[in-house]
Design a protein around this ligand. Structure first.
Ligand code: GLP
Length: 245
């Protein structure tokens, strides 16, 4: 894992956006894996700014999002589809028909899981997967204990994840308790991974990632087995952590 240390959230967002833009320019038909949550919002903002200023085009780009809440329709303001449209897709020239997010509002979620996994495979996989990380080390919605062999599947969200995500909802009771997520094996099949970590509250998470061993109790630890992972972390997250070189 390569670690790039930057000053703050803004610098992390700039660096991540530069990283993605450079790939999109070099490979206009790139398949990007995208994440939601608070962390990548600044990165998406920078992508939009660059698109408006420099005209970087996403016309041929395909995207796959990591996850979606079960029970929320695409029109629901808390769905990850709504988030992606609002924070990125509506402001760049991407073809909406090439932006894929698992559906959380279909009757047969099991079927949707198989369909989504198959869809990614049919597109010959993800070239660059952007990731955030939950405080308990979850990636996508793969909570501690998830098997490393898992493909797209349905999960029960950990109480700490529900609490952490409650800030996006009116009340904690409104946060769905289940989600559909790419599995750990799905994520690991991406050719390259860009992990973004910002803020003091993620410091212990980053410490565990860098210094702990690889085990299913801390899902992100699996990334140590991937040959091309770049972490962009800000000072608040990195502070006082000895980075193993
Ligand atoms: N499913 C998402 C993850 O994809 C995200 O990386 C993580 C961290 O979120 P944040 O960036 O808001 O800290 O939690 C959410 O639950």
């Amino acid at each position: 894992m390569k670690i790039l240390e930057v000053k703050d959230y803004q610098q992390m967002s700039n660096k991540a956006a530069e990283y993605i833009i450079e790939k999109v320019i070099r490979f206009p038909s790139i398949k990007l894996g995208l994440a939601t949550g608070g962390t990548p919002i600044g990165t998406y903002k920078k992508l939009i700014e660059d698109h408006q200023k420099n005209g970087t085009s996403y016309r041929r780009v395909t995207t796959f999002n990591l996850d979606e809440y079960i029970g929320l329709s695409e029109e629901n303001k808390n769905s990850y589809r709504y988030y992606m449209n609002e924070n990125l897709f509506n402001h760049i020239d991407i073809e909406k028909s090439r932006t894929f997010i698992p559906r959380g509002d279909v009757d047969d979620i099991q079927k949707e899981s198989l369909y989504y996994e198959d869809l990614i495979a049919k597109h010959s996989g993800i070239d660059l997967q952007v990731l955030g990380i939950g405080s308990n080390g979850h990636i996508g919605f793969n909570e501690p204990g998830t098997l490393f062999e898992s493909s797209t599947h349905i999960v029960n969200l950990a109480p700490s994840t529900i609490q952490a995500n409650a800030r996006f909802f009116n009340r904690v009771k409104e946060v769905p308790t289940k989600a559909i997520t790419m599995g750990i094996a799905t994520i690991m099949k991406s050719k390259e991974i860009l992990l973004l970590i910002s803020g003091e509250e993620k410091r212990e998470t980053l410490f565990r990632l860098l210094n702990g061993d690889v085990n299913i109790g801390f899902p992100a630890s699996v990334l140590k087995n991937h040959p091309f992972v770049t972490i962009i972390a800000d000072e608040a997250a990195v502070k006082d952590i000895k980075i193993p070189r």
